[in-house]
Design a protein around this ligand. Sequence first.
Ligand code: UDP
Ligand code: MG
Length: 325
Amino acid sequence: MCIKMRDRLAIVVPCYNEEEVLPMSIETLMDTLSRMISEHKIAPNSFLLFVNDGSRDKTWTILKEAYTGYDNIFAIQLARNVGHQNALLAGLCMAKEHADMVVSIDADLQDDVNAIGEMVDAYRDGCDIVYGVRSSRKKDSFFKRQSAQMFYRFLSIMGVETVYNHADFRLMSKRALEELSKYEESNLYLRGMIPLLGYQTREVLYERKERMAGESKYPLKKMLSLAFDGITSFSTKPITMIVTLGVTVLLICLLAAVYAFVSYYQGNVEKGWTSLILSIWFIGGVQLISIGIIGEYIGKIYKEVKKRPKYNIETFLYKENGEDK
Ligand code: UDP
Ligand code: MG
């Protein structure tokens, strides 16, 4: 791919009740943007795009002031709170209409803005997706670190491909975003969807900091619900597990049958026990397998209704009358 000179960059920032941290974040992001523009890394009309996700505090007022005060700050106001993933997607879809590459970053700037320069370098080397990956989680609480690690491990057991220690700090090219917008699902888990796109990717390491101000907008409840979406939106493995469990129970039933018959012939069992215990195991196994099979069909329906694109063409080499088009 040819080297892209001075492409337009958009930095998308979802914000939910971020009045405490926002003034600092705007300043830091503007500095970063201006520095990259003066270094001729990105086009002079590169911009910041803030998405106000139905905040109930002064977030929108701060954003409106920033919009008036700076030429390259834009803002979207969502009609209500739709959650981080949806707010982010709204920003990405809007930004891709005006920019060549888009970086997404949280409003609290726990992710290192200095990594954005490295992401742009990777883009200029031809990468379409650049993942920001935390080099360490020293600054996270013990609980957050352990739960995050368990989450990644569990996802990979469940067959969901994710980038380890990567959240939603990443750069995507316009064409990668065009492809992403073809995914029509409504239960979003962007970290699982983006690796499905393919393309040339790279990881950029950075140190994750503590929140500058305000509180985390991701309490345990939201974290668990994101984890649940991550699994149920990407994997039908839990259904397959039911079938496996059913088969296992039937196998145990066979062993139980041998044991029950031996006990029966030895004559040291209560009357009716053998048939009762065998029926319980047998019916249990049959029921689990049946539920699993119904589940497999539901799994198919679930995959069909998502209408995910079946492929994504990266390059098309084509000639007409022997000449490149
Ligand atoms: N956020 C959002 N909508 C929500 C919750 C969070 O747009 O309903 C934004 C929030 O403003 C921040 C980002 O999502 O920019 C990540 O949230 P936070 O930093 O609180 O999560 P944590 O870093 O604690 O996981
Ligand atoms: Mg944060």
